[in-house]
Design a protein around this ligand. Sequence first.
Ligand code: ANZ
Ligand code: ZN
Length: 759
Amino acid sequence: MDITKYDHSKIEKKWQDKWKKEGVYKTPISSTGKKNYILDMFPYPSGSTMHVGHLEGYVGTDILSRYYRMKGDRVFHPMGWDSFGLPAENYAIKTGNHPDKSIHDNIKTFKRQLEISGLSYDWDHEIDTSSPEFYKWTQWLFIQLFKKGLAYKKKSPVNWCPKDETVLANEQVIDGKCERCDTPVIQKELDQWFLKITDYSDRLISGLSDIDWPDEIKVQQKNWIGRSEGRVVEFEIESSGKKIEVFTTRPDTLNSATFLAIASQKDADSKEKIGKFTGEYAINPLNSEKLPIWETNYVDSSYGTGAIMGVPAYDERDREFAEKYKIGVVERPLTDKILGQKKVHYHLRDWLVSRQRYWGCPIPMIYCQSCASKNDALKGVILQESSQDTLQGMSGWYPVAENDLPVLLPKDVDFLPHGESPIARSETFQKGVTCPKCGKPAKREVDTMDTYVDSSWYFIRFIDPINTKEFASKEAINAWMPVDNYVGGGHVVQHLLFARFFWKVLFDEGFIDKSVGDEPFLKLRAPGWILGHDSRKMSKRWGNVVTPDEIIPKFGADTLRIYEMFMGPFDVMKPWSTSGVEGASRFLSRIWKVFNETVKESSDNEVVIKLHQTIKKVGKDIESYKFNTAISTLMELTNIICDKGADKETLKTLCLLLAPFAPHLAEEVWVEVLGQTFSIHKAEWPKYDDTKMSIDIVNIVVQVNGKVRGQLSIDNLQTINEEQVTKTAKKDERISKWLSKKDIKKVVYIPNRLINFVV
Ligand code: ANZ
Ligand code: ZN
């Protein structure tokens, strides 16, 4: 082998093959070591290629995984595919390629790209959310939610994208436009399935205090849930004597109210406040004043009671409205008298999960017209006294029997959108379907689920991916959950909230043991975006996309990894730079040279000190996701070694420290240059010695036959070595006279304290 030049192309493939063959990254089954579940937000394999931005988080978790394995942890580090969803379907519509084919072609590419990047996933745990083996359990989970009254169907005004011809969740509407295609969103009344995440509002807030997440993400979740304490105040309508309730957070301003307003359905989208006087008046319960009742678009029909008291003297929105419509403004001292019932409202809405689209998990529900009409006869009675939950059971909807799962997504479907669910046009889907309750012919639900349902539980399936009897065994859940380190960007109020909700439901239902806890992700970190060289978001549109396929053949995966981690702090945005990649490549060439140069007998003090400082710093930095400063410390150590040389032990340690960052180069050096046993990724992480991080002078008492004959002052880096201390003692005049011409029978050395010569 030519040792003068670092040739990544000779090294990387060789070790990737060997790691795979030897199963180096297989999940350990033993129970020794601390469990450590290190998880990436799994990718949506959209487009035809991954870019270097995707890799940032994956390299980060790879470094963590390698480091913690070397520290003796039991590491679980899986990867899989979020493969249902609109982009694949839209792509299919455009090209005519079936989404099942295009998505799996993309997955192949993504997987190859992850593999050439040297990422240490255990591929035995790979999952794919669009496979029936996976979505059978997505359907099963939906049924559990239904049985608990946490899934229900109701008519509701929904966000509708006229272009995609589909319903959108609030989170998918950005500034009134469709998240995916930017078309202005309109409101439409449709029957929709909802999941009752609002039942968990309080716990979704309180649980945040127990987890190690970035503060800004916690704040955003809190605001999204929007807990609001106020009072519901009752007003009487003058003409009819009927009651109208308003929700207010300022009951102390009741004395200054000048109007009431109720939500109007029309014009809901308009930014401008629009109103109409209803002709009715209400009586202020505090001062008996007559207040006009208006209808307006700035009152949200789905929040609070859908009605407000207008207090223009204290509320900005009310003032704007009052000024526009010439309603009076009065400001009266606050009274001590507070009316109304205390009430907490939340801005969080139930999660709308049905989609009138093809490429998703079929909702496993059956509608029976016969049962429904039988129930309808009873409905009048029930409506008055029963909760919505009971009504669901009575409305003709029944879950598919668990033995009949999965409800397969039919392949014989024209997936072009026509406003209704494409599955409705399948010839096979409704064949032979009967009511689970009465056995008469019935119809399946033709809507599919929001893909966020899939990603709300994928992290559980990872730990037990081929279980055919349960979504995951309790044993596996106890062994691996919760996730210890979760890395991924975005999804602040969607995935990360939905997943916490699902986990809490499973916890409450006893599928999760108490000891495992009711939060699924203990620690979360979000990598900052990698921007194009022009500081714009990487996108085909700007022609600034860089893929691992361009970088790896030229520079190697280790260089790419080092560069990405060295660009800046993990969690900040940073632009790509080709000269930066070249810098990383030079660093690895330099390291390569260091290992291949002649080894010294012993390392200088300066090198030893820096080495121990580096062991400590790199470990600490990795644990706190400071990969960039870990690398710069390794660079400093490398520079000193370049200057001063080092002994073999020092070089071995440097190689171990490098292993999480540049796994191929480190393995090559470990095995081929330093002659150690394969694999460095199973070797033990080096330990630092606190006493070796600086130079101190240590006083050592010298005895001859147990009698004190002198003292030595030696620096702490030498005192570890008995031979060295013996030599120094013998050279000292005060001591040598006691030793001369005598036969030394035995030397007893107590490090840093005492040396005794027995003569
Ligand atoms: C009188 C008042 C006076 C109010 C004042 C505020 C300030 P949050 O914190 O979001 O809960 N409100 C109540 N229901 C509403 C609805 N459906 N649509 C639009 N606005 C609504 O805010 C609650 C406050 O928002 C309530 O308190 C009410 O206005 C308004 F100086 O009542 B307030
Ligand atoms: Zn029936």
